[in-house]
Design a protein around this ligand. Structure first.
Ligand code: KIV
Ligand code: NA
Length: 265
């Protein structure tokens, strides 16, 4: 099996070969995704929701994410592993941002980091890249800015907003990012941005015209309860399977059906 590193993503864009990215938060799932041929794994700050049960990404900390990154790097040694910088860990100063990015590389083995924001974060991206840590940008809907954006809304709709999005994309690229996530953006705008940029775009709720796609694994595998966003395609019912397995196990224990002779010494 071949490793994926950031230069491969540029190569795939040049070839016009789309690639898949998934979130991962632990060793076991990361190993499964690598076996499945997912070349790029993101330890998203969506761990706030999927791992820690919080209802927004804002409260999750660097210390909570670092051990998850460590597990993913061990589980998927061939994948490109990107660590999300959580809210509050990079906005205060470029020095703070560089220090945080370096922790994810040094303490957890991340190959790159991702952070949210366009023009406003260009200086931050530049500082981290100059320190030797590759950066993936993230524009459009940026969940860490939920309070400022006022809700889960499509971004870049209308001429002015589309122009702003294109400017943000250009700023992220000019700052030295190797790729950029476009979240909840009209497909036509995402396709346009993808054509304008030299670096690969990764879409989530951004249509089929981006260079890559990303989903939260619990969403795409049927592990997230409740209503799902329109952009999520559900490929499995892991949640139902897991509940059924746990219920059967509990029932077997209650009836002494488990462990039978087969499972005993
Ligand atoms: O945290 C996350 O999972 C993300 C992706 C959905 C892009 O940022
Ligand atoms: Na994120």
């Amino acid at each position: 099996r071949r490793v994926t590193r950031i230069h491969h993503l540029a190569q795939w864009k040049a070839e016009g070969t789309p690639w898949a990215m998934l979130t991962a938060y632990d060793y076991s799932s990361a190993a499964a995704f690598e076996d499945a041929g997912i070349p790029v794994l993101l330890v998203g700050d969506s761990a706030a929701n999927t791992v820690y049960g919080l209802d927004s990404t804002a409260p999750v900390t660097v210390d909570e994410l670092l051990p998850l990154v460590r597990g993913v790097v061990r589980g998927a040694p061939h994948a490109l592993v990107i660590a999300d910088l959580p809210f509050g860990s990079y906005e205060v100063s470029t020095a703070q941002a560089v220090a945080t990015a370096i922790r994810f590389v040094k303490e957890a083995g991340a190959h790159a980091v991702k952070l949210e924001g366009g023009t406003a974060r260009a200086e931050t991206i530049r500082a981290i890249v100059d320190a030797g840590v590759p950066v993936m940008g993230h524009i459009g809907f940026t969940p860490q800015h939920l309070n400022a954006l006022g809700g889960f809304r499509v971004q870049g709709r209308g001429d002015d907003a589309a122009a702003q999005l294109r400017a943000d994309a250009q700023a992220v690229q000019a700052a030295g990012a190797f790729s950029v996530v476009l979240e909840m953006v009209p497909a036509a705008v995402a396709t346009e941005v993808t054509a304008e940029l030299e670096i690969p775009t990764v879409g989530i709720g951004a249509g089929v015209g981006t260079d890559a796609q990303v989903l939260v694994w619990q969403d795409m595998a049927g592990m997230t309860p409740g209503r799902k966003p329109k952009f999520v395609k559900v490929y499995a019912q892991i949640g139902e399977d897991l509940r059924a397995a746990a219920a059967q196990y509990a029932s077997d224990v209650r009836t002494r059906a488990f462990p039978s002779e087969e499972y005993s010494f």
